[in-house]
Design a protein around this ligand. Structure first.
Ligand code: RP5
Length: 181
């Protein structure tokens, strides 16, 4: 359980409530077709009681919206941005070019090229403009990394992350024991 975080962020947020008055993490994606891949990130943030928002921002189809989102993010209180995109996945990089916040890219696997196109688009950033990347379609890890980033400023997030790691270890050790029965 992550109940130890409850006093930190008392505002409840349901799994489908993508608007929060004071989000710390922004989840954005190039298209609504990315939503199934990005939903696990929302579920992790909800599990850890991290206030977040989730919306569509497209580097190619809504460039003005991307610029506005990126530039307003720090003053709106965001501390990390998770950006998912497939194909020519320019969204994480172009957001990172326009905000000082940490940006975590999620390469979304499309119908062709197996997501390697997206992965390469996200990780091959020029010197000076860093973007973190998780594995193809692994938005769970993007959310976990965002929480670790929040933990650098707020050790309460480190506590719940350690708890998550301990639970994961116990789960695997339970399986090890079962196999040796
Ligand atoms: C990318 O193109 C999006 O991030 C999505 O992964 C992909 C396809 O988008 P749609 O044509 O389904 O809207 O920009």
């Amino acid at each position: 359980s992550t109940s130890s975080l409850s006093p930190l962020k008392p505002t409840p947020q349901s799994a489908l409530d993508f608007k929060h008055p004071h989000p710390l993490v922004g989840i954005i994606m190039g298209s609504d077709s990315d939503l199934p891949v990005m939903l696990p990130a929302a579920q992790i943030l909800k599990k850890f009681n991290v206030p977040f928002e989730l919306t569509i921002v497209s580097a190619h189809r809504t460039p003005d919206r991307m610029r506005e989102y990126s530039r307003s993010a720090p003053s709106r209180g965001l501390r990390a941005i998770i950006a998912g995109a497939g194909g020519a996945a320019h969204l994480p990089g172009m957001v990172a070019a326009q905000t000082p916040l940490p940006v975590i890219g999620v390469p979304v696997k499309g119908s062709v090229l197996d997501g390697v196109d997206s992965l390469h688009s996200i990780v091959q950033m020029p010197r000076g403009v860093p973007v973190a990347s998780v594995a193809i379609n692994n938005s769970t890890n993007a959310a976990l990394l965002a929480i670790r980033i929040l933990g650098a400023a707020d050790p309460r997030y480190l506590g719940v992350m350690q708890q998550y790691m301990d639970e994961m270890e116990a789960e695997v050790m339970g399986k090890v024991e079962k196999l040796s029965e």
